[in-house]
Design a protein around this ligand. Structure first.
Ligand code: FES
Length: 131
């Protein structure tokens, strides 16, 4: 697998004890499996206890070798699976993982908490990334 999606399993729906991360993992895995395209073969989905975005549940991160890392917040398993799948397709096609908010699908345009350049690109002197 070249790409990884990490989902917080500790996030709670605001004001409730419900932890939707496990449902999000199950639904996204199912969507990736049934996609039947390059995403099916190149993405793995797993959970982690917390990604320090606790005020914006659920949080979801995209990682790839030599690619920018993204952290999204406010993700809901009932409404956002298609946007997550669409971003997986986009992310897989980007050589360095870098894209502007306008390129991100649907809700992900407005719910990006962080975009961190790949370590190799971050240390290249004189290289400035446009958004
Ligand atoms: S509890 Fe989900 S990011 Fe902290």
């Amino acid at each position: 697998m070249d790409h990884h999606i990490t989902i917080c399993t500790s996030c709670r729906h605001l004001g409730t004890a419900c932890r939707p991360g496990y449902e999000l993992i199950a639904r996204l895995r199912a969507a990736i499996t049934t996609a039947g395209d390059a995403v099916t073969d190149s993405f793995e989905v797993s959970g982690v206890a917390c990604m320090a975005g606790c005020d914006r549940p659920c949080t979801v991160a995209y990682h790839g070798t030599r690619k920018a890392t993204y952290l999204f917040g406010d993700i809901d398993p009932d409404t956002d699976i298609e946007d997550l799948l669409a971003f997986a397709r986009l992310y897989a096609d980007l050589e360095d993982g870098w894209c502007s908010s306008l390129d991100r699908p649907g809700k992900l345009r407005d719910t990006t908490l962080a975009r961190v350049p790949a370590a190799m690109l971050a240390i290249e002197t004189g290289k400035v990334r446009a958004s």
